[in-house]
Design a protein around this ligand. Structure first.
Ligand SMILES: Cc1ncc(COP(=O)(O)O)c(C=O)c1O
Length: 400
């Protein structure tokens, strides 16, 4: 243990965080970086064993046995009939949109990671941004209903931070509009409704390195629809049919055997990973409970949750400082947080200058984008790291 780390542990145990935070002129109290998005590697030996087998087989891609096994294992978590592993979620979103017949304008939230919108633009679709529920951060069905026009060719909800959208509400709007409804579940592996609910024509998960379950890079298209599934299978593999002849449009969105090895090794111990995340989340809840103006965004009722993100909302009136200042103070203490997700996509260069993308005002999006901060969580974050982060936040608010 380094001297700095030992000091830090003493400080945490004594609940005595320096009052002269670096931001106010002192030295950073902590040498180690604690950051959002450090990859989980829960089963290195198992991964090496599986990837070694793939190398010995000389079967490295092209829907090999590891990809097939991984697809089977993910079905236990997605609870969908068909699961197709892909090279990443961005490509998976494109394949899913094509396979579901999305055309023209796609209604989606602005408050999401840019990939949701960029994936659609890249295949010639036009993102139309709608507002969100201010509590959960997910697409608001009323806002979507207002934005539907004859040009609408699909709706793409995002289960942001693992919070499931209003599944019934969006299903109703999509049915009334007569367009396919898809979900970007990139952040929602392990998040399922507790009661049966409509879950859209298809959904897409991400296994990017920073996700709770990672395959270095990876994704998944899940659907209950046999025809959509058949199109996804073909489209993600050059449009091939069973005879390996090109039978229709396609791209290369396949997952590699190496990625699937990481996925299998990680999914085998996912229950332990989920329980670590849950306990870190509870620790944040306790640690921030009495900090005025810094509120943990809680998981909605009625669903399982992966707690992949710990997001706080900073209310400057009560906290005495705003989100950006808290971000800087934590950064000065080597605690690397993320402004997930700011700015909204409608304010990004590809979209901000063309009114077609933003027909409505987005007050809830603007408000949340200015207030939220994602704090570090993951298998590399220790319980005492959480105590320390909470103590630094409390000290920052006290001294604001
Ligand atoms: C909401 C959302 N959509 C899409 C993506 C893209 O995923 P990938 O990096 O696997 O392409 C991400 C990844 O972070 C995401 O958070």
């Amino acid at each position: 243990m380094t001297g700095r780390r030992a000091d830090r542990e003493v400080a945490v145990k004594a609940k005595k965080v320096r009052t002269d935070l670096a931001w106010f002129g002192g030295e950073p109290a902590f040498a180690d970086d604690i950051r959002v998005g450090t990859p989980n590697v829960p089963a290195k030996e198992r991964y090496l064993e599986l990837v070694g087998e793939a190398i010995d087989r000389r079967w490295l891609s092209n829907l090999g046995p590891l990809v097939q096994e991984f697809e089977g294992l993910t079905a236990e978590r997605t609870l969908r009939r068909h699961n197709t592993a892909t090279g990443n979620a961005t490509a998976a979103l494109q394949v899913a949109a094509k396979a579901c017949g999305v055309t023209g304008e796609v209604i989606m939230p602005s408050f999401t990671f840019a990939a949701t919108a960029l994936a659609m633009s890249w295949i010639g679709l036009t993102p139309v941004f709608c507002d969100i529920d201010p509590e959960t951060g997910t697409l608001d069905p009323l806002s979507v209903a207002k934005a539907v026009t004859p040009r609408t060719g699909g709706i793409l909800g995002v289960h942001l931070w693992g919070n499931l959208c209003d599944l019934t509400g969006l299903d109703g709007v999509a049915r009334d509009a007569g367009v396919p409804l898809l979900y970007d579940s990139a952040q929602a592996f392990g998040c399922r409704p507790l009661a049966p609910a409509p879950q859209g024509a298809a959904e897409v998960f991400s296994f990017h390195a920073t996700k709770i379950l990672n395959t270095f890079e990876g994704g998944l298209v899940a659907t209950d629809d046999d025809e959509i599934h058949a199109r996804v299978r073909s489209m993600h593999n050059f449009g091939f049919d069973d005879a390996m002849e090109v039978a229709g449009p396609g791209t290369n969105a396949k997952m590699s055997e190496s990625s699937a090895a990481m996925g299998i090794a990680s999914v085998e111990c996912l229950d332990d990973t989920l329980s670590t995340y849950r306990s870190l989340h509870l620790r944040y809840r306790d640690g921030l409970d009495e900090v005025p103006g810094v509120t943990l965004i809680e998981a909605p009722a009625g669903q399982t949750h992966n707690h992949q993100y710990v997001v706080v909302r900073v209310d400057p009136g009560a906290a005495g400082l705003d989100r950006d200042r808290l971000f800087d103070i934590l950064g000065a203490e080597n605690i690397r947080t993320k402004k997930y997700f700011a700015p909204g996509c409608h304010r990004m260069p590809p979209y901000r200058d063309d009114a077609v993308h933003t027909p409505l005002d987005l007050p809830a999006t603007e408000e949340l984008a200015g207030r939220v901060l994602a704090l570090p969580i993951g298998l590399s974050v220790a319980p005492d790291d959480v105590d320390l982060i909470c103590d630094v936040i409390a000290a920052a608010v006290r001294h604001a």
